[in-house]
Design a protein around this ligand. Structure first.
Ligand code: FES
Length: 572
C-alpha cells in the first residue's frame, strides 16, 4: 500500500479530499464526508485545512503509553499553530507484559493496522506516537510501506527510582532481583517491596532495552528528530517535542520528505552502527531488519559482523553497564553519540526534516563520559552483537557478547534440551534434572512459527539447584528472543527455527554443541547419519485453525528476514 499520487494532469487532492470513499460518485462522497465531519463541530474553514493524522496508541493496558493523551494534545497544538487540522485515530497498542503469548506475535498486526489506517484515511502527513518495544518498529514498518510523510514521536523512558541507597528501573533490575529471589538470597517480603519500586513513573523501560534501543534507532534512521528520542517521558521537553512534531508534520505537507527517502540502505547501516555502539537490544536487530525489508533493503548478518568488529560500544547503560536512560539523555543523548561515531556514518542521509546528517551534527558542548564514552576510551573496542553460523544455525544466530560472560565464549559441552516452553517450565527446577553448570541449556520450538510466537524466553533461568549453588551464567540457546533488558551468554534467533525444520529441532539431550565466538560458529556435533534418522522421524507443528494465528503461521518469515509477513516486504 502506498499513498496515492495523482497523475500529473490532475490537481493534487489535499486534506479531507484525499481517499474519498468509493460510492461511484466522488462529489457525493465528499458531500457525505463533509457532512459527517461537520457533525463533530468543525467549521468549514477548519475542514479546508491540510490534515495531520495522529496515531493514538494510548490504552489502559499500556503503562508505557499512559502519557499519550497529553502528547496528542501537544501535537495538536503544534499542528494548529502551523495551520493544519489535527485528527487523532486509534491503532493497536502493544504493551510487553500485557499480552499473551507475547507482544511479538502482534507486532505485524499493529504494523498492518497502522499502514492500513495511514493509507485509507484522508491525511497529508502523520505523527506516529509509540514507545513500548513493538509499537515503535510496527509504526516504522507501517510508515515505510505507506510512504506517507511522517514523523515519529516516542513516549520516552521512565525515570529511575531511588530505593534504599540504589536506583531501580524496569526491567534489568526486575530480572536481577528475580534471579536473586530464585537463588534464595532475596526474601519474598523484599521482592514484594521491590515490585512496587521498579516502575514508578510513566514511560518506557528505563534501561537500554528494546524500547530505548528502538527510539535511538528511529533517531539514527532519521524518523525521530535528533535529540528527541531519549527525553524522559515526564520531562516538559517531551511535550515540547510533541508540539514540534505537530509543527514539523505540517511542514512536511508543503515540503514532503517521505519515509522512502529517509529509510535507505545507508541510513539502515547507520542504525546498525548505532545499535552496536549502544550495546543495544538483540530484538532491535529483528525489528530493524523488518523495517528495512519494507523498503527492499536486506540486512546481511555477515555485514553485521564486519560492522561489529569496527564499531566500539560507547554507551554504558544497563543492562550491560550502570546508567539509565535519563543519564544517557543528560549525558548528551544521540547527538553526542552520533558526533562520536561520525567518521563511521553515512553523512548524506537525510532525516524527516530533509537535512543531511552532516548538517545536523554539531560538536557537543558537554558530554558526560560516564555514560557516553570517547572513541579512545570505549566500553568495548568492538560492537555488542555478533552473528554465528554453523551446522546448528545455517542462516545465523545472534549473541549479545557485551552482555555475555567472556569465559564462556569458547564452549564445547553437553546439551540439556527442552522441547518447548511447557517442558522448560515443568523441568527446569526439577531436582531430578540431569544438569551441571558446564552444560548448554537448549530450548527449541519457541520460534516465530510456533504458537508461542517467539517470546522473550531465551533468557532460560539457571536451574534453581545451580542458582542456589551460586551459578550466575551458563550458555543458553534457542530459536526465540531475549528481553533487551536481560544479560547472560545467550544465543538467540537460531535460524531456521526448530518448527521450520531447522537443525535445532533435531538436537537431543546428551548431544554435544560447540560455540565459538572467536570463529563466529555454532555447531551441532552429531554425525550426518544420525541426524538423517532423526529428520525422518521429525514432524512439523500443526497448523492453527483460524484467524491471526493461521495468517502468522502461513506468512511469517524467519528472524533473518525480520519475522515480517512475507506479503508485506518490498522485494529489493
Ligand atoms: Fe513497555 Fe518495557 S514494557 S518499554
Amino acid at each position: 500500500m502506498t499513498q496515492e499520487a495523482p497523475p500529473n494532469d490532475k490537481p493534487v487532492k489535499r486534506g479531507l479530499a484525499r481517499n474519498t470513499a468509493n460510492y461511484g460518485d466522488p462529489d457525493f462522497a465528499m458531500y457525505l464526508r463533509r457532512s459527517f465531519a461537520k457533525s463533530m463541530g468543525y467549521s468549514q474553514a477548519m475542514l479546508d485545512k491540510p490534515v495531520v493524522g495522529i496515531v493514538d496508541t494510548g490504552s489502559d493496558y499500556n503503562n508505557c503509553h499512559r502519557t499519550v493523551p497529553e502528547l496528542i494534545e501537544a501535537v495538536k497544538r503544534g499542528v494548529l499553530a502551523a495551520g493544519g487540522l489535527p485528527l487523532a485515530f486509534p491503532t493497536v497498542s502493544l504493551c510487553e507484559p500485557s499480552l499473551f503469548p507475547t507482544s511479538m506475535h502482534y507486532r505485524n498486526l499493529a504494523a498492518l493496522d497502522t499502514e492500513a489506517m495511514l493509507t485509507a484515511q484522508p491525511m497529508d502527513a502523520a505523527v506516529l506516537i509509540g514507545g513500548c518495544d513493538k509499537t515503535v518498529p510496527a509504526q516504522l514498518m507501517a510508515a515505510a510501506s505507506a510512504d506517507v510523510p511522517a514523523v515519529q514521536l516516542v513516549t520516552g523512558p521512565m525515570l529511575a527510582t531511588p530505593f534504599q541507597g540504589e536506583r531501580l528501573s524496569a526491567c534489568t533490575d526486575c530480572r536481577r532481583y528475580w534471579a536473586q529471589y530464585r537463588a534464595g538470597t532475596v526474601t519474598a517480603e523484599r521482592i514484594g517491596q521491590i515490585e512496587g519500586r521498579l516502575a514508578t513513573t510513566a514511560g518506557t523501560c528505563g534501561v537500554m532495552g528494546t524500547a530505548s534501543t528502538m527510539a535511538c534507532l528511529a533517531e539514527a534512521l532519521g524518523m525521530v528528530p535528533l535529540g528527541h528520542g531519549s527525553i524522559p517521558a515526564v520531562h516538559a521537553d517531551r511535550l515540547r517535542a510533541a508540539e514540534a512534531a505537530g509543527e514539523l508534520a505540517v511542514k512536511l505537507i508543503t515540503a514532503p520528505v517521505r519515509p522512502s527517502q529517509v529509510i535507505t540502505a545507508a541510513s539502515v547501516e547507520n542504525a546498525l552502527r548505532v545499535l552496536l555502539a549502544l550495546g543495544g537490544s538483540t530484538n532491535a536487530l529483528i525489528h530493524l531488519t523488518a523495517v528495512a525489508g519494507r523498503r527492499g533493503v536486506r540486512i546481511d548478518l555477515n555485514r553485521l559482523n564486519e560492522l561489529s568488529d569496527t564499531t566500539p560500544v560507547l554507551v554504558d547503560l544497563k543492562p550491560t553497564g550502570e546508567g539509565y536512560m535519563e543519564d544517557f539523555h543528560a549525558a548528551g543523548g544521540m547527538p553526542a553519540l552520533l558526533w562520536e561515531l561520525r567518521d563511521l556514518l553515512h553523512l548524506d542521509c537525510i532525516d524527516v526534516t530533509g537535512t543531511p546528517l552532516r548538517e545536523r551534527l554539531v560538536e557537543p558542548a558537554f558530554v558526560d563520559r560516564r555514560y557516553i564514552r570517547a572513541r579512545g576510551e570505549p566500553v568495548s573496542p568492538v560492537g555488542g552483537l555478533v552473528a554465528l553460523f554453523g551446522s546448528l544455525a545455517p542462516r545465523g544466530a545472534i549473541l549479545k557478547r557485551s552482555a555475555a560472560t567472556p569465559s564462556l565464549f569458547e564452549t564445547e559441552a553437553r546439551a540439556v534440551v527442552f522441547d518447548g516452553l511447557e517442558d522448560l517450565a515443568n523441568r527446569i527446577d526439577s531436582p531430578d534434572l540431569d544438569v551441571t553448570k558446564d552444560d548448554i541449556l537448549v530450548l527449541k520450538n519457541a520460534g516465530p512459527l510456533t504458537p508461542a510466537g517467539m517470546p522473550e524466553a531465551g533468557y532460560l533461568p539457571i536451574p534453581s539447584r545451580l542458582a542456589r549453588a551460586g551459578v550466575k551464567d551458563m550458555v543458553r540457546m534457542s530459536d526465540c528472543r531475549m528481553s533487551g533488558t536481560a544479560f547472560g551468554t545467550i544465543v538467540l534467533h537460531i535460524t531456521p527455527e526448530a518448527a521450520a525444520g531447522g537443525p535445532l529441532g533435531l538436537v537431543e539431550s546428551g548431544d554435544r554443541i560447540r560455540l565459538s565466538v572467536q570463529r563466529r560458529s555454532l555447531d551441532l556435533l552429531v554425525d550426518a547419519a544420525e541426524l538423517e534418522k532423526r529428520r525422518a522421524a521429525w514432524r512439523p507443528p500443526a497448523r492453527p485453525r483460524r484467524g491471526w494465528d493461521r495468517l502468522i503461521h502461513e506468512q511469517v518469515l524467519q528472524a533473518d528476514e525480520g519475522c515480517d509477513l512475507a506479503s508485506l516486504r518490498l522485494e529489493g
